[in-house]
Design a protein. Structure first.
Ligand SMILES: Cc1cc2nc3c(=O)[nH]c(=O)nc-3n(C[C@H](O)[C@H](O)[C@H](O)COP(=O)(O)OP(=O)(O)OC[C@H]3O[C@@H](n4cnc5c(N)ncnc54)[C@H](O)[C@@H]3O)c2cc1C
Ligand code: FES
Ligand code: FES
Lengths: 155, 266
């Protein structure tokens, strides 16, 4: 039996009728066509599917859509300003060359923004530990850490 | 994932009643273990009873000489709680070291101990502090709650409501984490109660969390890192697998116990 789901996604109210088996990431990508959220491993390991659920970074491949009942969800599409200006974290990733293929980047940016919310001035070690739920196969992490430092430094 | 019926009750009583009458129903908390198992078709519940809408299950309260933590409290909330950090800092440290940021934002105390993974962190904290598990039916001491590999004393349909942690004089937790999953290769939780009684719980070593009589004896005589480090744990009490041999795990138990005592002494 389907379940009536009502939540907010990137500030907009969304109502849907879903099979309870639907994963949150399937709901976002296949139902709402928000394909910025990626699926890397589909087993809760890599963090490519990271989104914000009520302001906290979670892996959307490891949750059912119905677990977001009444929640506020933000995806990578919801970070930039309405006029298209990049979020400071996105701008910092661009400036610091914090991405290569870009596959991990949406999840990485969502985790990084959550990290700075909890700890606005992290040390390098805290950044590395704070992003350990996100894998990157290209960059070696170095420029990702730099991007987070740049964003935290307000440059 | 196999199909199931979904329920979202508003109270613990309603959830327990539902689970009591549904054939093969399961409770859903953070979903970090259960959703993954269902995706792999390793779990096939006929019904899911989502505890996510039950407000009374989440939160942290001081109750005299204990801290009572609701079953649905997320790892991140325990790690960040001013009360927990002040009164049982070792428990806040334990919660803050589970998995990664995303797992801690979703996973819950109740889900972790109900699942009783042999390498999970919370079982060590619950057993090492001698906490009580309050369920929809009764209150269970930690020593009777954990029953070995993924098994607990919970009866079908019985739900965890909260865990009551007695505030110790001092406590510490040290884990040698599997570098990929962060589960414990070995984790040791030590505590010393106001009465002086010492408890030592080991996770990651065998078929489920257990207390170490050797370490408790040594630390009762002398609550020092050296006393813990001097205890040689028999390899026979540990499992070997692709991550570590039994001998290596046994060695890690002494080392983690030593670090946990050092952390407890601040
Ligand atoms: C990538 C990753 C890394 C992880 N690393 C660690 C780690 O380092 N250390 C660690 O300890 N854990 C780790 N975990 C597990 C994590 O802590 C989970 O949160 C935990 O195992 C289950 O909690 P949950 O709330 O998600 O429960 P769920 O997955 O929702 O449920 C788990 C089980 O508990 C039952 N249950 C849930 N709540 C109750 C209740 N109130 N009463 C009775 N039964 C209940 C469910 O029916 C189910 O059988 C990791 C998980 C992932 C995905
Ligand atoms: S796709 Fe969700 S964690 Fe990898
Ligand atoms: S930029 Fe390619 S995986 Fe991170």
């Amino acid at each position: 039996m389907n379940v009536k789901l009502s939540l907010k996604v990137n500030g907009k109210a969304v109502e849907a009728d879903v099979d309870p088996r639907t994963l949150l990431v399937q709901f976002l990508r296949d139902h709402l066509h928000l394909t910025g959220t990626h699926v890397g491993c589909d087993t809760g390991q890599c963090g490519a599917c990271t989104i914000h659920l009520n302001g906290r970074a979670v892996k959307s491949c490891n949750l059912l859509a119905v677990q977001a009942q009444g929640a506020e969800v933000t995806t990578i599409e919801g970070l930039a300003a309405p006029n298209g200006d990049m979020h400071p974290m996105q701008a910092a990733f661009k400036e610091c060359h914090g991405l290569q293929c870009g596959f991990c980047t949406p999840g990485m940016v969502m985790s990084a923004t959550a990290l700075l919310k909890d700890n606005p001035k992290p040390t390098e070690e805290q950044i590395r530990a704070g992003l350990d739920g996100n894998f990157c196969r290209c960059t070696g992490y170095h420029n990702i850490v730099k991007a987070v430092q740049t964003c935290a430094g307000g440059r | 994932m196999y199909a199931f019926q979904y329920h979202r009750p508003a109270s613990l009583g309603e959830a327990a009643t539902l689970l009591g009458k549904l054939g093969d129903g399961k409770a859903l908390a953070g979903g970090q273990t259960l959703v993954a198992a269902m995706k792999l078709r390793l779990a096939q519940p006929s019904d899911l009873v989502d505890l996510g809408g039950i407000a009374e299950l989440a939160g942290i309260q001081a109750d005299g000489d204990a801290l009572v933590i609701g079953a649905l409290t997320r790892h991140a909330d325990v790690a960040a709680s001013a009360d927990v950090r002040k009164r049982i800092p070792a428990l806040a440290h334990l919660a803050g070291g589970i998995g990664d940021r995303q797992v801690r934002a979703a996973g819950t105390l109740g889900g972790s101990i109900a699942n009783n993974d042999p390498a999970a962190d919370y079982p060590a904290g619950v057993l090492g502090l001698g906490a009580s598990v309050v369920t929809s039916q009764r209150s269970l001491g930690a020593d009777e709650f954990f029953k070995g590999l993924y098994e607990t004393a919970l009866k079908p349909g019985e739900l965890i409501k909260s865990v009551s942690f007695p505030v110790p004089k001092r406590a510490g937790y040290a884990k040698f984490a599997n570098p990929a999953s962060r589960f414990a290769l070995i984790g040791v939780f030590v505590s010393q109660a106001a009465s002086g009684a010492v408890r030592v719980a080991v996770t990651g070593a065998g078929n489920g969390v257990f207390r170490s009589a050797e370490l408790e004896k040594a630390l009762t005589a002398s609550f020092t890192p050296d006393a813990a480090g001097a205890v040689k744990v028999p390899a026979g009490s540990c499992n070997g697998d692709l991550h570590a041999s039994a001998e290596y795990r046994a060695h890690l138990v002494s080392v983690m116990a030593k670090r946990a005592v050092a952390a407890a002494l601040g």
